[in-house]
Write a protein that binds this ligand. Structure first.
Ligand code: C5P
Length: 233
């Protein structure tokens, strides 16, 4: 496979064209709009690959094809649905002031939210009627996205629980393949999730993880350790 021109550069990764029009290469960066942490791109690439493989095994289609190198992964070219899908299990972040729930309130059932991906509007929260009015996706596509989002929550929650980590909320993005199939695209890493220690409630940012299997320094390493038996570097 030949790596061609840079198509897109975001905070966390670059996306390159290849000689195959259906395939792209995602290259994870060590920085995320902030100071670079050496090795972070490689760890995020590996975490995203492991989680995508797990989701595929559980029946959720993703854009993942194969890992190419420590920080590069081959993905299917997908036309992105311009929605950020947020799934919440516990009240935190922007939900608390919006509906007046104290932080840490366990929600009776998972809440799903849609944000319109628009830099000029500041990614406003919208509902399904706004999404259809703007023709961001069809009702059929949104039904599939909803189903996958809840399913991903049902897969990730117990997996992270097994690491002593509570999945508070997380963000997903979906795309359409050339045949119209909806797939999970973008990344899933601890950078797109809110994670708290299940026992102490301590907020775990990416670089803080105490109760890990095998002496991992952060949540990403703990996830990799659990998924690969420690053979991840
Ligand atoms: O800030 P808020 O509470 O709305 O975030 C909900 C979840 O979505 C958090 O897990 C956050 O990490 C994730 N998120 C994200 N990228 C954004 C906005 C939110 O990964 N641009």
């Amino acid at each position: 496979m030949e790596k061609k021109q840079l198509l897109y550069e975001g905070r966390a990764k670059q996306v390159y064209a290849t000689n195959d029009p259906e395939l792209l290469i995602a290259a994870y960066k060590d920085s995320r709009g902030t100071a670079a942490v050496p090795g972070r791109g490689a760890v995020n690439n590996r975490v995203s690959v492991c989680l995508m493989q797990m989701l595929e095994r559980e029946g959720v289609p993703t854009h993942f094809v194969e890992q190419l190198s420590d920080r590069e992964t081959v993905i299917r070219r997908a036309h992105m649905v311009p929605l950020k899908i947020v799934v919440r299990n516990v009240a935190a972040g922007s939900l608390c002031p919006r509906i007046g729930l104290p932080e840490g309130t366990r929600l009776h059932a998972a809440i799903l939210e849609y944000y319109y991906r628009s830099a000029s509007l500041g990614d406003p929260m919208i509902n399904r009627y706004h999404a259809f009015e703007l023709e961001l996706c069809t009702p059929e596509e949104l039904a599939v996205i909803d189903r996958y989002a809840f399913r991903i929550n049902d897969i990730l929650k117990p997996f992270l629980r097994g690491l002593g980590v509570d999945l508070i909320d997380f963000k997903l993005e979906f795309g359409r393949l050339s045949d119209g199939t909806i797939v999970l695209a973008d990344e899933i890493t601890p950078d797109t999730c809110r994670l708290w220690d299940a026992e102490t409630g301590e907020k775990l940012d990416r670089d803080r993880f105490r109760r890990d299997p095998g002496g991992a320094k952060d949540v990403s390493e703990a996830i990799l350790h659990r998924m690969t038996g420690g053979n991840f570097m």
